[in-house]
Design a protein around this ligand. Structure first.
Ligand code: TRP
Ligand code: ZN
Length: 494
């Protein structure tokens, strides 16, 4: 499910990559979907509706074997198309017939079906594969995380290619059935709802269904020894949380004291963002060394490091805020990352405000004062940070400052109408920063070009803090609000 990229830069890239049609009017799909930050991510020529993954995993060896069944529609007359994938493929079928395939570049699996696929035609692609994800290097690294008792697929923006073949870009969202067999005693988790568990010959197969549109990097697979807790929120939303059994007791306690409040946090965020967009929720804390968290759809991934010193609600608020800002409404291209990180960071400030641990304004003042004018922090434009600065602190903290500046400029009434209206407007879709700017102008009835330019695009420290509005601010350095965590933000495993 995707809508075509419309940004002019992106169009130039897809034209560059497109190969002229052959005489019969059939041509290969582009090897990239047209994202100027990452020209080879995703592919052209088709649109995926559903991934059905039938997998087996061996925790002792990290061997992953599987069959992916992908339902898609051709969006042009296709002679050939690519999937993005790193494991070893043994067979590909397209609409039942064996198809030729080769691998090229870092992750392009080129598939040539026996017959051309006319535009609009339904396509079923079956890919049989196996491999050890931790050995597979794409773009110079492996995104798959090994644990002593299993493995974890969770990363951003690259994650899927280590465990399933896909059209790997948030612009092509799809639904998922992930079925995975592991030895008894080992647990396997993915997104959404557990629809079945069957055990035979010492192996257990669990099947998970994520039935709302989901970006490829938000699909997750977690295998290992977990304690799993299940519950229902007051609204009947199923909650599944999982904790690695190998974590130190203090970390376990901190993790439980945080994740077991998932339902309460969802309720809190619904007050600001509107109804929760999915039909399951939860989170998991595996035994990994990585230090980040990730908003994997309905089931965020949390590094145990967040909970080593006790409960941490900020990170739970952050990842759950992404369910609206990032997961339901996804970036159109990776340059739109502020729509994810600026808003999830601002949600932490709203939680802090609600808890009486520092208002959003106090947090804004603190962040503004923390970075002197010559701090390189200010050279990164949250509205277009570039691929190498996509997850810099500026995208998060200056990104949240931009929202505080907006709030002060247009007032709480319009500001909160925008926070709630936007996820509704673009539910299950994709959106650009430019579209957000236009939406904010429409709802507030104000011209906001200068404000967005100052906070999202200028490579310098804005003259005035995002403050202005309310109140008396004492001279000197603002005090550090109690809720400030300086949340560890991972940059993946690269
Ligand atoms: N999106 C994640 C968050 O804000 C953070 C993140 C950035 C990340 N880059 C990553 C996580 C790479 C995993 C891998 O919570
Ligand atoms: Zn985030």
């Amino acid at each position: 499910m995707y809508r075509r990229l419309i940004a002019p830069g992106a169009l130039a890239v897809s034209l560059m990559l497109a190969i002229p049609a052959s005489a019969d009017g059939y041509s290969p799909g582009a090897p990239g979907i047209g994202d100027p930050y990452y020209p080879v991510y995703g592919n052209g020529g088709y649109d995926v509706a559903h991934y059905g993954l039938q997998l087996k995993y061996q925790p002792t060896t990290d061997l992953l074997e599987g069959t992916a069944t992908i339902r898609a529609t051709a969006t042009q007359n296709l002679s050939r198309f690519d999937l993005d994938f790193g494991l070893t493929v043994s067979e590909v079928r397209v609409n039942g017939a064996k198809a030729a395939f080769t691998t090229s570049g870092d992750e392009e699996l080129e598939i040539t079906p026996a017959r051309g696929l006319p535009r609009g035609a339904p396509i079923t692609v079956v890919v049989k594969y196996s491999g050890t994800p931790s050995d597979v290097e794409l773009f110079g690294f492996t995104s798959w995380m090994r644990t002593p008792d299993g493995g974890i697929g969770a990363n951003e923006p690259e994650s899927a290619a280590w465990w399933f073949p896909s059209n790997d870009h948030p612009l092509d969202k799809a639904t998922y059935d992930v079925s995975i067999e592991v030895p008894d005693g080992t647990r396997a988790l993915s997104n959404g709802v557990l629809t079945s568990t069957t055990t035979r010959h010492g192996r257990t197969r669990s099947t998970w269904r994520s039935d709302r549109p989901q970006a490829t990097y938000l699909a997750t697979l977690a295998i290992g020894k977990f304690d799993v807790s299940t519950a229902k929120t007051a609204d009947g939303l199923p909650v599944v949380n999982a904790y690695s059994t190998d974590l130190p007791a203090a970390t376990q306690d901190g993790a439980r004291a945080s994740l077991e409040r998932t339902g309460e946090v969802v309720r809190f965020l619904e007050g600001y963002f509107g109804r929760y967009p999915f039909n399951a929720v939860g989170g998991y804390v595996p035994n990994v060394t990585a230090g980040f968290a990730l908003e994997t759809q309905t089931r965020p991934f949390y590094s145990p490091k967040f909970f080593a010193k006790g409960p941490n609600l900020s990170v739970v608020v952050h990842e759950l805020a992404h369910q609206w800002y990032g997961d339901s409404v996804s970036v159109h291209g990776w340059r739109d990352i502020w729509l994810n990180e600026g808003f999830a960071s601002y949600a932490e400030w709203l939680w802090s405000e609600d808890q009486g641990e520092g208002t959003a304004q106090e947090l804004a003042d603190y962040v503004y004062a923390q970075h002197p004018a010559d701090d390189p922090f200010w050279t990164v434009a949250p509205g277009d940070p570039g691929p190498t600065h996509q997850f810099d602190d500026a995208v998060y903290d200056r990104g949240a400052l931009a929202l505080q500046a907006l709030r002060n400029a247009i007032g709480d009434h319009a500001f909160f109408a925008i926070l709630k209206g936007w996820p509704q407007q673009h539910r299950y879709g994709n959106a650009t920063v430019q579209e957000f700017e236009a939406y904010a102008e429409r709802v507030s009835g104000q011209r906001l070009g200068a404000l967005f330019d100052t906070w999202l695009y200028q490579p310098s420290k804005p003259a005035a803090p995002a403050a202005q509005a309310a109140g008396v601010r004492a001279a000197g350095t603002p005090a550090k609000p109690a809720s400030w965590t300086g949340m560890a933000r991972g940059h993946g495993t690269r």
